[in-house]
Design a protein around this ligand. Structure first.
Ligand SMILES: [Zn+2]
Length: 302
């Protein structure tokens, strides 16, 4: 890949200005070998993996024009409506896209309309559409490559500040990617932050929930705790980390998700019902004893 192609991929990651980020390499796919460093007018990237030659840096001109453009973009973007490209087709038009949805427990969310999913014929990606919850209009999209030649594996179209949300439940769980958000959405609202770091801009979309779980993929449990403490310091009082011991959330169907998050709630409800039944039994028995004693009294036995 030449410099311009690499630059396009790295810019597509949507790293905000003045950020240093470490992540899985979008070029060689190795875990956590890739760094991106940005300032207000430059972007640099480097992969530490021995087999990978991804690296580069682009400096912008520090003119007022650049500053204006950057600030204008920042100001306007969140409100901007995302026009779906012509290359977005219905997801049923591609067998691999359907297979991806089935294998990653997204099918139910798609069928019930909890998620808006398309197929991008141009980039060979299954695409999850992101809506702006304030305007209910499309703000962007997140596409998962369907073959190993598609870089990066996940690509963000349009707005990158609004997380992908799936479901309308009272509790929410912060997950890494759209597939996991869809997999949980019958039980909890899934919110995908596309990676393992929370953006400042994500926080306002996390407010309306009773309990906010953080459940990043299994290999990022430490990051889950970091996000939970960030949220707690930002004033969220309801944050819990859900440690995943075996697989990522997209590997589970609805019944397993329910068991994972609400096992104790179910057991408590069952116990409460049993206690209630025992109390009723107790009242019935006491009444029988009283009646018996009454009858014996009347018969002069006691
Ligand atoms: Zn690499």
């Amino acid at each position: 890949m030449n410099f311009q192609q690499q630059l396009a991929v790295v810019e597509g990651l949507g790293v905000p200005p003045d950020t240093q980020m470490r992540m899985d390499c979008p070029f060689c796919q190795n875990k956590n070998t890739f760094t991106v460093t940005t300032t207000s007018n430059s972007i640099g990237w480097y992969c530490f993996h021995a087999s990978c030659s991804a690296k580069g840096k682009k400096n912008g001109e520090k003119t007022m024009d650049y500053v204006n453009v950057t600030f204008k973009k920042e100001d306007i973007k969140p409100q901007e409506e995302f026009k779906l490209p012509d290359s977005f087709k219905i997801v049923h038009s591609n067998q691999k896209a359907l297979q991806y949805l089935h294998e990653n427990n997204c099918w139910e969310a798609c069928m019930w309309g909890r998620a808006d999913i398309k197929y991008d014929v141009k980039q060979d990606r299954v695409v999850f559409l992101v809506k702006n919850p304030n305007t209910n209009k499309y703000a962007g999209a997140i596409g998962r490559g369907l073959n190993s030649k598609v870089y990066p594996k996940w690509y963000m179209y349009g707005n990158k500040d609004i997380p992908f949300k799936c479901g309308e439940c009272k509790d929410a769980v912060i997950v890494e990617d759209c597939a996991s958000a869809c997999a949980v959405s019958n039980i909890l609202t899934g919110i995908a932050i596309m990676g393992t770091s929370l953006k400042e801009s994500h926080k306002k979309y996390l407010e309306p929930y009773e309990t906010l779980y953080v459940a990043l993929d299994r290999d990022a449990t430490r990051k889950s705790y970091i996000i939970a403490s960030e949220l707690t310091s930002a004033g969220f009082k309801n944050v819990k980390v859900k440690v995943l011991h075996e697989y990522d959330l997209k590997c589970y169907g609805t019944p397993e998700i329910e068991k994972m998050f609400y096992k104790y709630e179910k057991e408590i409800t069952k116990l409460k019902r049993e206690i209630c039944e025992l109390r009723q039994d107790n009242r019935r028995l006491s009444k029988q004893v009283e009646d018996g004693v009454d009858r014996m009294r009347k018969a002069g036995v006691i």
